[in-house]
Design a protein around this ligand. Structure first.
Ligand code: PAF
Length: 275
């Protein structure tokens, strides 16, 4: 595995990247599954590790973000990927242009998680835009757990007329259903057990849908499920799988964001995939 810390060196090497996986490090099985997904495509794999400060909504979250570079490098080496890029902010900004916010998909970035995390998706779009300029990969591999992020990056690719394809990789869960996330490390053992109920309520929403409940009934049932619990729902909603709009005649996805103490977790489940 060739490691590049300098973008200039990366660009001078003139390698063409087939599969690009952007990460913020602190790699877990979820990230490693993105690599397995990338291996289903042809060609080489480049992972980036860059903790993008501007996408954090509060400074404390950024300051507490675990940096585990040595361990990350070890895990990536064991996965036999070809390239690892660990750039710094100065370098990224030197070798790429910012995203022009006049083109921002304003509805999308202020909907769902964007409503509660102002500026977050714009910052994600900006950093991915910069990476796409630098790396120009054939494919970018993104996790299904960050479903709205996929839509933002899809919009970015279309706005910037990039040729990159998106490969979506399914969410990896522990055996009780909790979606893997770097944030799970901040949960106590009891909180982790409790957090399984987030997926539990998504399963409930899917079951209710298939038993004929209306979207309103499902939404009410999920809010009810968490009512007297230490899980504080930020939102639960059912949307069209392909557009993320409030239309219910096509394929459907249920999306959830919830807090346990001050840890924010998100998840989703496809509740109908063959409308
Ligand atoms: O999903 C993430 O880890 C980040 O949002 C990303 C895509 C690496 C951009 O910083």
């Amino acid at each position: 595995m060739k490691i590049y810390k300098s973008i200039e060196q990366f660009l001078n090497s003139k390698i063409e990247i087939d599969n690009f996986i952007p990460t913020m490090g602190n790699l877990h099985e979820g990230h490693l599954s993105l690599i397995d997904k990338a291996k289903e495509n042809t060609g080489n794999i480049c992972v980036s590790i860059y903790v993008n400060e501007s996408q954090f909504n509060n400074k404390k979250d950024f300051d507490n973000y675990p940096i585990t570079l040595d361990l990350d490098v070890k895990k990536l080496k064991s996965k036999n990927i070809e390239y690892l890029l660990i750039p710094n902010k100065f370098d990224i900004e030197k070798f790429s242009n910012p995203f022009n916010i006049d083109y921002a998909p304003s509805y999308l970035i202020s909907d769902l998680c964007g409503k509660y995390r102002p500026g977050h998706f714009l910052a994600v779009i900006d950093i991915v835009h910069r990476f796409l300029q630098i790396i120009n990969p054939k494919n970018i591999i993104l996790g299904e757990k960050d479903f709205q992020q996929i839509f933002c990056i899809r919009e970015l690719i279309s706005i910037s007329k990039q040729e990159t394809n998106i490969t979506i990789s399914p969410t990896i869960r522990n055996k009780h259903g909790l979606a893997l996330s770097s944030r799970n490390a901040h949960l106590s053992n009891e909180e982790k057990i409790l957090a399984n109920n987030i997926y539990g309520s998504l399963i409930l929403s899917k079951d209710l849908f298939h038993k004929g409940s209306s979207i309103n009934e499902i939404t009410e049932a999920v809010y009810d499920f968490h009512k007297n619990s230490l899980i504080k729902l930020e939102y639960f909603t059912v949307r069209d799988l392909k557009t993320l709009q409030h239309t219910y005649d096509g394929d459907l996805i249920a999306l959830i964001a919830a807090y346990i103490s001050d840890i924010r977790l998100i998840d989703n489940i496809i509740i109908r995939s063959n409308a």
